[in-house]
Design a binder for this molecule. Structure first.
Ligand SMILES: [Zn+2]
Length: 584
């Protein structure tokens, strides 16, 4: 058995179209890709693939599912084979069947990390070892609230404090070693982090996956020391502070992306909650996709020096591949967000956000300058820009990039346009005729329970809200309640949503129109519309529940009347018979 959460991790890493396109020629249509269904004979494409939510659905024959289902159906793989195939593509390790004593479960890594975080926190607050770190925090203006929110801690200089703590807590020391918290030196196990301010790094579910330790003394080695890659820590997937930002991201759909741990903490402390940090690594495709799942817009606020500007510029194509069109702020005087917000306050920072410019500007300028001068430099820059251009699907975004590229390379817009015909032109045939549109499903307007399930399929933020609002208990539909319940169960087990699988759980006669709404979008991607639909659904479901409740109260009143006045309120009616019957 492959662990459920491993399977979810692999599915989330996958771009489903990468696995379908070798079998089906796909063309872009809006946010989806369409092609001729490989599972039934057809002349016009009704096979739809949605990368964002990781599912495919054929409106002709009704087949559909997630990436694993597709590989099983088309290549005849078993489920574990399909999972392994996808994992291999993304370099994700899948533990062998059965696990065995050699492979501790992921839970044990999370437990060890959580235990270490508790230990570091205690050291900070309750031991003399925490004093230099507390001093450093107060120098940096980090207060207790922020320290608590981010679970900041201190690693003592002794070198075996965590080792002894792990022994006391019965944590498997080999797990501690694999996590890079302990290391062997001269044949003895020791603490890896010493005399450092400790930042626990959490995944989007709030589990501690790794640590960063910042030196607080001058001569204490490298400024930052990070956990190595481990079974639970993958640097390329994590964004620092994203978990802590989840509350704020429910209020706003704009994420502020910064570079450093302390930038994220300082902004949060100043009152800017929707912030996450890349922690000095170049933005990866996985990070960008993670951001896209949590936010609709991004403002990149990297350090004001040239390295920061270059890093921001280089992140542009990574963002656009994930479907984001970011903005950028360059802070005056080469300041970083931490120093800026401490010196000048939140209002000044918000004013800078108000002056954010599209990141595409910095990207084009950077590419043109990095390619060097002269005709060969311009040609080099133009071909790099064309490569990005070719992947852009939004015609307005393409137009902006072409105009900027022409301006900075001196190559004419016409030439640039010809060099990168673009997705829109390539899929022109698919956009033309109404015959290629999927046929409309029959049936009346969907009720609130159906709409709610559809909305839950669009993102785990909605699933969380439905869970928190306890709406499921009030649902009654034999079709939609089981589907919604299954989704909440997944959520409670810490697993991300799986639109492909959930669609299959919906009875066939309804599946088509839910898939249709998902594929067509129908405003389901717009934050405001989502909120409105969610509120309407919840209100509708509550109202029906109230009506049913009132009806049953009324019924009970009538029964009591029938039974006579001597039934005391609250008494069970089941044992009573109407008086005229018992008297007879
Ligand atoms: Zn089909």
């Amino acid at each position: 058995m492959i662990a459920e959460e491993k399977i979810a991790e692999i599915r989330q890493a996958a771009r489903i179209s990468e696995f379908i396109s070798p079998h089906v020629a796909l063309k872009r249509r809006g946010r989806n890709l369409v092609g001729l269904c490989p599972f039934h004979d057809e002349k016009t494409p009704s096979f739809s693939v949605n990368d964002e939510r990781g599912f495919y659905h054929c409106f002709g024959c009704g087949t559909g599912g997630n990436v694993f289902k597709f590989l099983m159906a088309i290549e005849g793989l078993s489920f574990p084979e399909a999972v392994r195939k996808v994992a291999e593509r993304y370099g994700i390790d899948v533990p062998e069947e059965g696990g065995g004593p050699q492979a501790p479960s992921r839970d044990r890594y999370f437990q060890a990390n959580a235990s270490a975080a508790r230990y570091f926190r205690r050291c900070l607050l309750e031991t003399p070892a925490g004093r230099p770190v507390l001093e450093y925090l107060s120098q940096r203006g980090i207060g207790e609230d922020a320290s608590e929110t981010f679970l900041l801690g201190a690693s003592p200089t002794s070198g075996d404090g965590l080792l002894r703590w792990f022994k006391k807590e019965s944590i498997d020391l080999s797990v501690g070693r694999q996590l890079g918290l302990l290391l062997e030196r001269g044949g003895r196990l020791q603490d890896r982090f010493r005399g450092r301010l400790m930042f626990p790094i959490r995944d989007v579910q709030g589990r501690v996956v790794g640590f960063a330790g910042r030196a607080v003394a001058e001569d204490a080695g490298p400024k930052y020391l990070n956990s190595p890659e481990s079974p639970v820590y993958h640097k390329s997937r994590v964004l620092y502070g994203l978990f802590e930002a989840r509350e704020a991201l429910r209020e706003t759909s704009t994420l502020i992306l910064v570079e450093g741990y302390l930038d994220a903490i300082a902004l949060r402390q100043a009152g800017m909650g929707s912030v996450a940090a890349t922690c000095g690594t170049a933005l990866t495709a996985e990070q960008a996709r993670t951001i896209r799942r949590q936010a609709d817009e991004v403002v990149v606020v990297f350090d004001g020096d040239s390295a920061g500007t270059a890093a921001a510029a280089r992140s542009f194509p990574v963002f656009t591949d994930a479907g984001l069109w970011p903005k950028m702020v360059v802070l005056p005087g080469g300041e970083d967000p931490d120093s800026f917000v401490r010196a000048r306050g939140l209002e000044a920072f918000e004013a800078e956000l108000g002056r954010a410019v599209p990141l595409v500007d910095a990207f084009v300028r950077y590419t043109a300058q990095a390619a060097g001068g002269g005709a060969s430099g311009a040609a080099r820059a133009a071909s790099e820009l064309s490569a990005v251009l070719a992947r852009l699907e939004n015609p307005f975004e393409r137009d902006v990039l072409i105009r900027k590229a022409a301006l900075w390379t001196g190559i004419s817009e016409d030439v640039l346009r010809r060099q990168a015909p673009g997705a829109a032109a390539r899929s022109g045939a698919a956009r033309r005729g109404p015959a290629t549109q999927p046929a409309k499903a029959p049936g009346g307007a969907p009720g609130p329970e159906e709409l709610l399930v559809t909305l839950m399929l669009t993102g785990d933020d909605i699933v969380r809200r439905v869970h928190d609002e306890k709406v499921i208990d009030l649902m009654v539909s034999p079709v939609w309640k089981p589907v919604a319940t299954a989704m909440i169960d997944r959520f409670n087990r810490g697993l991300p949503g799986d639109a492909g699988t959930t669609l299959e759980e919906i009875p066939e006669q309804y599946r088509r129109r839910v898939a249709e709404r998902l594929v067509e979008g129908a405003g389901l991607d717009d934050a405001g519309t989502r909120e409105r639909i969610l509120a309407d659904c919840v209100r509708g479901i509550r109202r029906s529940a109230r009506r049913r409740h009132n009806q049953s109260l009324l019924l009970e009143l009538r029964r009591r009347e029938e039974l006579g006045a001597d039934v005391k309120p609250g008494e069970d009616l089941a044992d009573w018979k109407p008086r005229n019957l018992s008297d007879a």
